[in-house]
Design a binder for this molecule. Structure first.
Ligand code: ADP
Ligand code: MG
Length: 248
């Protein structure tokens, strides 16, 4: 395409407009999200920080289409998720989203390979292709040689790498990670962060929730949440300047 041609306007990977999430009713109601408005572009690597109870996991559940917000709009690649039926939501979760959790959530009785193949089983991919893609995903996280091991035969860091392979195997458009290094030592944390660095370099869209500054530092942009609201939205370059004592 010639440089002078107008670009066809695309959609943000994620657009949230005045999103609210309320748990419970009446006096017992908890307003976990109180009006979140933000856009995340394709290829961005975003960290979400904030104190415990501030609404981070609630936001992640909404982003992951595990919950529908009680009020407001969530556009995923331009599609309003409120208009999806259960079947379409399940397809979106399976094919468009890759989940990584703090506790890995691997199936103990299945091998690493079996765990990574699972989303492809749900997607109806046939055995030979499933096997090939799962092996490729395990190799991508440096664990091709552990394909036949079960989770309890692997270290925490290795288990999380298997979980990342499982999240990547469907080539999702959006990768969502909730405290992915929360249970890991610093060496394993670094391994996981290097994988995310690589994914970001190849243009994957990543949203990672974390308590840890060393994790947030690797992202391109940090959203800070407090009491269900985004209270700060900072590009990494600006954070570095602020950290160096330069006022913006
Ligand atoms: P974070 O992940 O930042 O620690 P959460 O999103 O888990 O915060 O929780 C935000 C608020 O919503 C908290 O007050 C929490 O107690 C409440 N909350 C979360 N999930 C539920 C639920 N399923 N039912 C009722 N309250 C909830
Ligand atoms: Mg949480």
């Amino acid at each position: 395409m010639a440089a002078t041609e107008p670009e066809i306007p695309g959609f943000a990977a994620v657009e949230l407009i005045d999103l609210h999430q309320v748990y419970g009713e009446g006096d017992a109601a908890v307003h976990a999200l109180r009006g979140i408005t933000v856009a995340i572009e394709k290829g961005e690597y975003v960290a979400i920080m904030g104190p415990s109870g501030s609404g981070k996991s609630t936001l992640m559940n909404v982003l992951g289409c595990l919950d529908i917000a009680s009020h407001g709009t969530y556009l995923l690649a331009g599609n309003d998720v409120k208009e999806f039926d259960e079947d379409q939501l399940a397809k979106v979760r399976n094919r468009e989203l890759g989940f990584i959790f703090q506790s890995f959530n691997l199936i103990p009785r299945m091998t690493a390979l079996g765990n990574v193949e699972l989303p492809l089983v749900y997607a109806g991919v046939k055995k030979p292709e499933r096997h090939e893609r799962a092996i490729a995903a395990l190799e991508q996280v440096g664990l091709g040689y552990r394909a036949e091991h079960r989770p309890q035969q692997l270290s925490g860091g290795q288990q999380q790498r298997v979980a990342i392979a499982r999240a990547l195997v469907t080539t999702p458009t959006l990768i969502l990670a909730d405290e992915p290094t929360g249970n890991l030592d610093s060496e394993s944390t670094e391994e996981i962060l290097q994988i995310f660095d690589g994914l970001a370099k190849t243009g994957r869209t990543i949203v990672i929730i974390t308590h840890e500054e060393e994790v947030a530092q690797r992202s391109h942009r940090v959203l800070t949440i407090a009491d269900g609201l985004i209270v700060r939205d900072q590009a990494q370059a600006d954070r570095r300047l602020a950290g160096a004592g330069v006022h913006s």
